[in-house]
Write a protein that binds this ligand. Structure first.
Ligand code: ZN
Length: 158
């Protein structure tokens, strides 16, 4: 696992802020930020499953959809996606399809799962899903420890 740079931490904290905003409107607390190879933020996403009724509106998929709608699908190639929580298999696969270069997440699913009940869980990790593909994507996480879990504890206490 690679060490985080200060820039990585900044984007990861933004993803956690987006997760908190999602929780405020009643969605599950997940946020994501997509940053292109030049370091420019190309899209942000937050979980919107409860507010939209669309189970595919996970934070990472929202970020990919927003980037694509803005004509930035090419910029996703080699980009880094920062996620407040470990991406599920659906999102991990979508990031492989998008040819993202790197996935950095804060809380591991094994950590936030017991805190935030409801919804399915998977034994397949993000790293395992990505490694099962023929696309080289770096996966880094978990990071930020308790700082990453606070948003889940707050949401669970609502
Ligand atoms: Zn997902």
């Amino acid at each position: 696992m690679t060490d985080l740079t200060d820039i990585d931490r900044t984007h990861l904290r933004r993803a956690i802020d987006l997760a908190a905003l999602a929780a405020e409107r009643g969605d599950r607390p997940f946020g994501a930020v997509a940053v292109d190879r030049d370091g420019t933020v190309i899209a942000e996403g937050a979980n919107a499953v409860s507010s939209t009724g669309d189970v595919t509106t996970h934070a990472e998929l929202v970020a990919i959809t927003v980037a694509t709608a803005a004509g930035k699908a090419e910029d996703l190639r080699g980009a880094t996606v920062y996620a407040s929580g470990e991406p599920c298999p659906m999102c991990s696969a979508a990031m492989v399809w998008a040819q993202v270069g790197r996935i950095v997440f804060a809380a591991a699913a094994a950590e936030f799962g017991p805190i935030l009940p409801g919804g399915p869980s998977f034994t397949l990790t993000c790293a395992e899903l990505v490694a099962s593909s023929n696309v080289p994507v770096e996966v880094s996480g978990p990071h930020l420890g308790e700082e990453a879990l606070a948003v889940f504890r707050a949401a669970a206490a609502r």
